[in-house]
Design a binder for this molecule. Structure first.
Ligand SMILES: [Zn+2]
Length: 233
């Protein structure tokens, strides 16, 4: 292998390493944002369940008040019944009292049901609260991990960028200009190794003439545009 070929190989490796580091740098904040969305969702769900519980409690309280009102009404009717002076009046009052008593027994059943609903909703609120706390803890854990890794990754990216600038010095003139365009368009895929006769970017065979030139350390671009170098044997 020629020095030029080794230089291109090294440059390609450095570009790929930088791409990996940049991918990791990019992935961290995305992971945190995904967990933030889960926190928001869990908190919304908790809020909805709290609201539903509040409504259920209000319903139970209202039915309890209705029951008390009806009981007072029945007591009042009882007093009237005690002092009733005619059979007709007595029957009328009895009729009202019976209707109110039936209404109250229905109300009592409804209150029992409503209390069960409140109990169930309280459990659901507890679970939703736990889920919201877990989601928040998970987001914070992820954010800390990402923040802890970021400094190291940035230092690695800086170091690789400086090594890349150094490695790029093997290129000059028109090739350097062409290479710069390729890096802007394809990033680390600006270069491609030739494995046997095949360009590893487009999988098309290079000509024997090209292979000879590469063997001599000349710079060659593939039909697919990539700057070629020979893969180490
Ligand atoms: Zn190619």
């Amino acid at each position: 292998m020629t020095a030029m070929n080794d230089g291109l190989h090294r440059l390609h490796q450095l570009l790929q390493q930088l791409r990996d580091v940049e991918t990791q740098l990019d992935r961290g904040p995305r992971q945190v944002r995904a967990r933030e969305r889960l926190v928001v969702k869990a908190e919304q769900s908790l809020e909805e369940k709290r609201e539903a519980l509040k409504q259920a409690k209000a319903t139970t309280d209202r039915k309890g008040l209705d029951l008390k009102t009806n009981e007072a009404k029945i007591a009042e009717l009882q007093t009237k019944l005690n002092v009733s002076t005619s059979n007709r009046e007595y029957d009328l009052i009895r009729g009202h009292m019976e209707a109110d008593t039936v209404a109250n027994s229905v109300l009592e059943d409804e209150i029992l049901e409503a209390l069960e609903t409140v109990d169930r909703m309280q459990i659901e609120v507890g679970q939703a609260d736990q889920q919201a706390q877990d989601a928040l803890a998970e987001k914070e854990r992820c954010a800390e991990q990402v923040a802890a890794a970021e400094g190291g990754l940035r230092a690695q990216a800086d170091e690789l960028a400086s090594q890349i600038r150094e490695a790029e010095k093997v290129l000059s003139g028109d090739v350097a200009v062409q290479y710069r365009r390729l890096v802007e368009a394809y990033g680390a895929d600006a270069l491609a190794s030739v494995d046997g006769k095949i360009c590893t970017n487009c999988y098309v065979a290079i000509t024997p003439q090209m292979r000879v030139e590469l063997n001599s350390g000349n710079l060659k671009f593939c039909e697919c545009g990539r700057l070629l170098y020979l893969a180490s044997e």
